[in-house]
Design a protein around this ligand. Structure first.
Ligand SMILES: C[S@@+](CC[C@H](N)C(=O)[O-])C[C@H]1O[C@@H](n2cnc3c(N)ncnc32)[C@H](O)[C@@H]1O
Length: 259
């Protein structure tokens, strides 16, 4: 007798929570439950499923078609945390304005943002894209080559960022980074940024664009840029890729060095 009464008393609270956090539940459903279910049913990883879809629906050699097909898959079929079309436009605009020659990407995943950047780069520019997961890197390699970009435009480096950054000078002959796109695990943002500062590869005017600084969030990174005084910076407000109602932001930093 007491149990139904207690359950009834909690019903309004439960409903309030469901309504308030509906976008997060929807994300959990799409990103976790659907993924687990499809992993079991197909025997393929989510990244392999995305690649199969792109391969069968996009036009090879046409980066726009590859990005559009990815966006379609991520909005209608399954969720993958590509930068997506809305936040992608912030990246597009920066590339148009800055025409960077040397770009470092941390977190390639399936290569969506890599293709997005590669299609907007000036002639002779090069992206060094770092991915620590070998299976993701294998998919990214296929996507990047399918889009028509060769090794001269995109060099994929399969290793964790904290092992790659200290070797960018010695192993890859880099002298300056014009643009860094950070989109790997958020807990690495702060340490990797500090490592980049120490590497001497950031010069006055080097740009760092960091995704997801509000969701899942990178508070330590934001504290560091606020306190260090090394940057002019702002946060572009946006919503999480392929989701409604979850607020996110991209931090755009311009390195000024010690003033
Ligand atoms: C959010 S996804 C990147 C999405 C991609 N930038 C895009 O928009 O298409 C994050 C990726 O970063 C990789 N990653 C996470 N931490 C890393 C690290 N410390 N070094 C290299 N790759 C990392 C993960 O394996 C994952 O594939």
């Amino acid at each position: 007798m007491a149990f139904p009464a207690i359950a009834l008393a909690f019903l309004p609270l439960l409903l309030t929570l469901l309504i308030r956090y509906r976008f997060y539940f929807a994300l959990f459903y799409r990103a976790v439950l659907v993924r687990l279910w499809k992993d079991c049913v197909t025997g393929l990883s989510r990244e392999e499923r995305a690649y199969q879809y792109v391969l069968t629906h996009a036009t090879p050699g046409d980066p726009d078609s590859i990005l559009d097909t990815f966006d379609e898959w991520c909005s209608k079929v399954e969720y993958i945390s590509n930068i997506g079309p809305k936040k992608g436009k912030i990246l597009d605009r920066l590339l148009m304005e800055q025409s960077p020659l040397t770009v470092l990407e941390l977190g390639t995943h399936c290569g969506y943002s890599t293709v997005r950047m590669a299609r907007a780069l000036p002639l002779g520019a090069r992206i060094y894209s770092v991915e620590m997961d070998q299976r993701n890197a294998a998919i990214a390699e296929k996507i990047i080559r399918l889009a028509g970009f060769d090794d001269d435009t995109v060099e994929l480096i399969v290793n964790p960022s904290d092992e790659v950054i200290p070797r960018l000078r010695s192993d890859f002959g880099l002298e300056r980074l014009d643009l860094v796109f950070m989109d790997h695990w958020k807990k690495c943002y702060c340490a990797d940024l500090q490592m980049l500062e120490g590497s001497g590869l950031l010069g006055k005017g080097s740009i760092i664009l960091a995704d997801n600084v509000l969701f899942p969030g990178a508070p330590k990174f934001l504290r560091h840029i606020r306190k260090s005084g090394l940057y002019d910076w702002k946060v572009h407000r946006a919503t999480l890729e392929y989701s409604k109602g979850i607020r996110d932001g991209m931090a755009e930093l311009v390195y000024q060095g010690i003033k």
